[in-house]
Design a protein around this ligand. Structure first.
Ligand code: DSN
Length: 499
């Protein structure tokens, strides 16, 4: 159409103001454009068979194995469609209505929808809470909060990583500052009681009074009990700190109302959106608005978190938001308000409890003696197996989980436990009786690991050698893997059939 319009004009003056194209060169250009578009419209399977094949193998792995990593899930077709949409093409630095790029009419609508639905999913009133849906994931969300409200080298307290906290909550070792939180801020960990595995709130209060942090984090990466947010609030008030709750692991359970909500007591709540919430990989920051406190003169002290947090995300730490992720968050938050989602979250907890009692009945020790949530932490010290050997053996039989420190562990490099979570398999429709079978597989896998460990001795490197060379061990692994894959393949998975 472009070429026809241009060549239909006979007016010399008009033509002289345009670049001069010959008919042939325009036809060539159109041809070239056609061939570029053709190339860009080729399916992955044809344009890059090598990569397509790897993606397909990953899909088969996800489907034929037992996915017990507590932080993973299988997201919906609607989320996958947002992630694979044209929204990935757009730059939109800034906030809705105040962008540094043109062409954001629809992107604004999407971000506003994601904000509105995020507040609704947690029953929040927009007078009291604001939300930023632009963080690329949980770690950037947490770092944006610290950047916003804690000055460089200001003080932060979070649960120690070996005790179940997250890296971004400030992890460092005597030899090295590991997390950027501990490099750019001063972090002081609090701990769980090594006997009970429960958070030691009295010790936290004592340390907080001495350390006087600007921010205390109530959040975990591996802890199976409900946090006492009220107690955290009291401790924060005692020392004048902000309370940030990182609900990444439990944000689906919170949205469904099947566990305690951190919102009542927190100043700030961060979350990822891909764990129990079952959305895309992304991050969100909720922050309080309105009155923070009343001073001794009776004057209201207002929260001033909104601009600080928004500016810490952009331009402080990030560039253009990932609009495909934000759209996917919007649709995941819509799903989170359905009755099916509530049932799903209830089933996650029922399944975790069944997994826990099943393993206990076979002699495994569960840290804290149980679970209220979506995960359990198995302490393998009483069976004499390291977390790494357990994880590696289970991986060989198509069971995915992760090695994890247990309270009292000296080294995060050589942890004594494994963390098991139920959100992903619950998405595939497994119910309690199916978890009895999962327990059976886990028990057989761990017994096999113990057997191999007796042949290999303590070192992981020798253990791996035995797994891959000892014929008897290999035969047992192959047979168990086959059984597990046959079991797992019975259950459906959401998403594209093709990949
Ligand atoms: N890596 C996540 C987890 O597995 O808990 C937390 O970010």
């Amino acid at each position: 159409m472009f070429s026809r319009t241009l060549f239909s004009y006979g007016n010399h003056l008009f033509r002289s103001s345009l670049p001069v194209f010959s008919k042939r060169s325009l036809q060539n250009q159109v041809k070239m454009a056609d061939s570029i578009i053709k190339m860009l419209n080729v399916n992955l399977s044809d344009s890059d068979p090598e990569l397509y094949d790897i993606v397909k193998q990953e899909k088969i792995r996800q489907r034929s194995g037992l996915e017990l990593i507590a932080s993973e899930n299988f997201t919906s077709m609607a989320v996958l469609q947002c992630l694979g949409s044209c929204l990935t093409n757009k730059y939109s630095e800034g906030m809705p209505g105040q962008r540094y790029y043109g062409g954001n009419e629809f992107i604004d609508k999407i971000e506003i929808l994601a904000q509105k639905r995020s507040l609704e999913a947690y029953g929040l009133n927009s007078e009291e809470w604001g939300v930023n849906v632009q963080p690329l994931s949980g770690s950037p969300a947490n770092f944006a909060v610290y950047t916003a409200i804690v000055e460089p080298h200001g003080r932060i307290m979070g649960l120690d990583l070996p005790d179940g906290g997250h890296l971004t909550h400030g992890f460092f070792t005597p030899k090295k500052k590991i997390s950027a939180t501990s490099i750019f801020f001063e972090s002081m960990p609090y701990k769980v009681d090594p006997e009970t595995g429960l958070i030691d709130y009295d010790a936290l209060l004592k340390t907080a009074r001495l350390f006087k942090p600007k921010l205390i984090i109530a959040g975990v990466s591996c802890h199976s009990r409900v946090l006492d947010y009220k107690k955290f609030r009291e401790i924060c008030d005692d020392v004048g700190a902000y309370l940030m709750s990182d609900m990444a692991h439990i944000s689906g359970l919170v949205a469904a109302g099947v566990t305690a909500s951190p919102f009542e007591y927190s100043d700030i709540v961060t979350t990822t959106t891909h764990k129990s919430l079952r959305g895309p990989r992304s991050g969100i920051i909720f922050f309080r608005k309105g009155v923070r406190s009343v001073d001794n003169k009776g004057e209201k002290v207002m929260y001033d978190l909104e601009n600080r947090i928004n500016q810490a995300v952009f331009p402080g730490l990030q560039g253009g938001p990932h609009n495909h992720q934000i759209a996917a968050v919007a649709t995941a938050m819509k799903q989170a308000r359905t009755p099916e989602f509530k049932k799903y979250q209830e089933q996650i907890v029922l399944n975790a409890k069944r997994l826990c009692t099943g393993l206990e009945s076979k002699g495994y020790k569960i840290v804290t003696g149980g679970t209220d949530l979506h995960l359990i932490l198995v302490d393998l010290r009483n069976i004499g197996l390291s977390g790494a050997k357990a994880e590696y053996t289970l991986e060989q039989i198509s069971v995915a989980c992760n090695k994890n420190t247990v309270p009292g562990d000296k080294s995060a490099q050589n942890p004594s436990g494994i963390r098991l979570g139920t959100p992903a398999l619950t998405t595939r429709g497994l119910a309690e009786e199916d978890f009895d079978q999962v327990v059976n597989f886990l028990d057989r896998g761990l017994k096999l690991a113990k057997e191999i460990s007796q042949k290999s001795g303590p070192l992981l490197v020798n253990f791996k050698k035995v797994i891959h060379s000892d014929e008897e061990s290999q035969a047992k692994i192959a047979s168990l893997k086959k059984e597990i894959e046959a079991f797992s393949n019975q259950f459906p998975m959401p998403g594209h059939e093709e990949y």
